[in-house]
Design a protein. Structure first.
Length: 444
C-alpha cells in the first residue's frame, strides 16, 4: 500500500465552506490521504441553512468518478449528499465498476436546516447502495429513518444498527452526537457491538457528520480496523468541534486543521522559549530585574485557548547568588500567571503571544519610557471581587490604552508585589526588550 492513500469523496459542495466536499477534503489532507472528489450537487449555503441545491446530471457524477478511478489507485471512497435517486443509482454503478470499498454517510439534512436527499432517493440508497458498502455511519435520526426504529437510548441504537446491517451492510456505526455522545459500532462479521464513549464538546457542529465519515474513511484507507478507525475518527471530530470558529450568524463549522496547526507550533514555541530563557539567564544584569516572587517568561501557540497552550519555565526563574537561574525546564502549562496575561492580551490581539514579568520600580518604568515602549497600568485597589487579577488587570490596562501596550505595570497591593510585564509577539522579542531594560538599569 502506498504511504499516501488516495481516497474519493462523492458529495455535495457547501458554499459556506463548512460541510460537504470541502470538509471531506480538509479532513483527508489532515489525516495524510490524498483526497479526490466527485461533486453531486452544488448547494448555495451559509451557516443559517441551505438556500438552494443544484443537482448535477448523474452522467457528470459518473464522469468524475471515471476520471479519478481510471487514472489513480483509489481503494476507499465515501459518499455524502447524494440528492436524487438517479445520482444514488449512478454512484452504485461506479462502486461496482471500480470495486471500491465504500463508507456511506447517509446524509439526509443539513445541520443548519435543509433537505439533502429526497424520500425516493432514500429507498434507492437502502436497496442499491447499502448492500455495496463496507461501513455506513448514520446519526440517530438517519438510523431511525433507515431502520424505522425510534431511537431513544443506546439499546434502540443497537437494534437499529442490527436492522441496518440486515440490509447487507457489514459494519454499522450509529453516531451518538444526538444521544449521549457515544458511538455504537456493530460488526456483523463477529456479531459484536463496540461502544465508543465520548463527551459533549462545546462548539459548532456544522460539517461534523461529513468530517467524521471522511476521517473514518481516511483511517480505514491507512489500513486500520473498523473499530480503531471509529475511535480515531471520533477523537478527530471532537478536536474539530472544539476548534470551531463562529464565522456567520448560524451554526459554526468545525475546524479540521486548527488542532494540527496548534500541535505543529508546539515544538517551535518550546524551542523559542528555551532560547529566550537562555538569553535572560545568560545576561548578568538581568538578575537585578528578577522580582521577589520570581520571574517567568512564556509563549503561547497561535490561537491558544488555555494555559496548556502556553509554554513557560516550571518553577520560574529565581535570583540565586546574584544570578538569574531557571529553577525548572520549559514546559507547556508550567505557568498560570504569565500564561493568563498572554491569554487575556490575545483576546484583543491574536499576534501578542509572549510575556515576561520583571521587577517593578519607577526607574525601570522611566527606562521603558526612554526606550519608547508603550505603557499602560492598572490599580489592584480597583479590582472587583471574584475576578482573576491577571484577566481583569491586563484587560483594564489594554482598554485604557486602546490596544495592547509593550508594558503593563501595577504598583502592587497589600501582600502583593508591584510588577512590570513586557508583552510582545514572541518569547525572544520580549526577552530582548527585558535584556535592553536590564542593561540600562545596570548603568544607572
Ligand atoms: O453534514 C451533511 C452535509 C453533507 N453535504 C453537504 C452539506 C451537509 C450539511 O450541511 O451541506 C453539501
Amino acid at each position: 500500500m502506498s504511504k499516501t492513500p488516495i481516497v474519493l469523496t462523492i458529495a455535495g459542495t457547501d458554499s459556506g465552506g463548512g460541510a460537504g466536499a470541502s470538509a471531506d477534503l480538509k479532513t483527508f489532507a489532515s489525516i495524510g490521504a490524498h483526497g479526490t472528489c466527485a461533486i453531486t450537487s452544488v448547494t448555495s449555503q451559509n451557516t443559517t441553512g441551505v438556500l438552494s441545491a443544484f443537482n448535477l446530471p448523474p452522467q457528470v457524477v459518473k464522469d468524475q468518478i471515471d476520471a479519478v478511478c481510471t487514472d489513480m489507485d483509489v481503494r476507499w471512497a465515501k459518499s455524502g449528499m447524494l440528492a436524487s435517486p438517479e445520482i444514488v443509482s449512478a454512484v452504485a454503478e461506479c462502486i461496482k465498476k471500480y470495486d471500491l470499498l465504500l463508507v456511506v454517510d447517509p446524509v439526509m439534512a443539513a445541520e443548519a436546516g435543509g433537505d439533502l436527499l429526497t424520500n425516493d432517493a432514500l429507498s434507492v440508497m437502502r436497496d442499491e447502495l447499502l448492500p455495496l458498502c463496507m461501513v455506513v455511519t448514520p446519526n440517530t435520526d438517519e438510523a431511525s429513518a433507515l431502520s424505522g426504529i425510534v431511537i431513544k437510548n443506546r439499546d434502540d441504537a443497537k437494534l437499529a444498527a442490527k436492522a441496518i446491517a440486515d440490509m447487507g451492510v457489514p459494519n454499522v456505526i450509529v453516531t451518538g452526537g444526538h444521544l449521549d455522545a457515544s458511538d455504537v459500532v456493530y460488526e456483523s462479521k463477529h456479531d459484536s457491538f463496540t461502544v465508543i464513549s465520548g463527551e459533549f464538546i462545546k462548539g459548532g457542529t456544522h460539517g461534523s457528520g461529513c468530517t467524521y465519515s471522511a476521517a473514518l474513511t481516511a483511517y480505514l484507507a491507512h489500513g486500520n480496523s473498523v473499530v480503531d478507525s471509529a475511535k480515531y475518527a471520533k477523537r478527530f471530530v471532537e478536536h474539530a468541534i472544539r476548534e470551531s470558529v463562529s464565522i456567520g450568524t448560524g451554526v459554526a463549522p468545525v475546524n479540521q486543521v486548527a488542532h494540527i496547526r496548534k500541535n505543529a507550533a508546539r515544538y517551535e514555541v518550546l524551542d523559542e522559549t528555551r532560547r529566550a530563557v537562555e538569553m535572560l539567564t545568560g545576561c548578568r544584569s538581568f538578575a537585578d530585574l528578577v522580582p521577589e516572587v520570581g520571574c517567568n517568561i512564556a509563549m503561547a501557540v497561535p490561537d491558544a485557548s488555555d494555559v496548556h497552550d502556553v509554554a513557560a519555565v516550571s518553577g520560574r526563574i529565581a535570583k540565586l547568588k546574584g544570578k538569574a537561574v531557571n529553577v525548572g525546564c520549559v514546559e507547556f502549562g508550567a505557568s498560570s500567571h504569565v500564561a493568563r496575561i498572554i491569554l487575556a492580551a490575545m483576546q484583543f490581539d491574536n499576534n501578542i503571544r509572549a510575556s515576561v514579568n520583571i521587577k517593578y520600580s519607577l526607574e525601570v518604568l522611566e527606562i521603558c519610557k526612554n526606550l519608547n515602549l508603550t505603557i499602560s497600568s492598572f490599580d489592584r485597589a480597583e479590582e472587583p471581587e471574584k475576578t482573576s487579577t491577571m484577566d481583569w488587570g491586563v484587560t483594564y490596562a489594554i482598554k485604557e490604552y486602546g490596544s495592547v501596550p509593550d508594558i503593563i505595570s501595577d504598583a502592587g497591593g497589600i501582600g502583593k508585589e508591584p510588577m512590570i510585564r513586557v508583552l510582545g509577539k514572541s518569547a525572544l522579542d520580549v526577552a530582548k526588550i527585558a535584556v535592553k531594560i536590564a542593561k540600562e538599569f545596570d548603568e544607572l
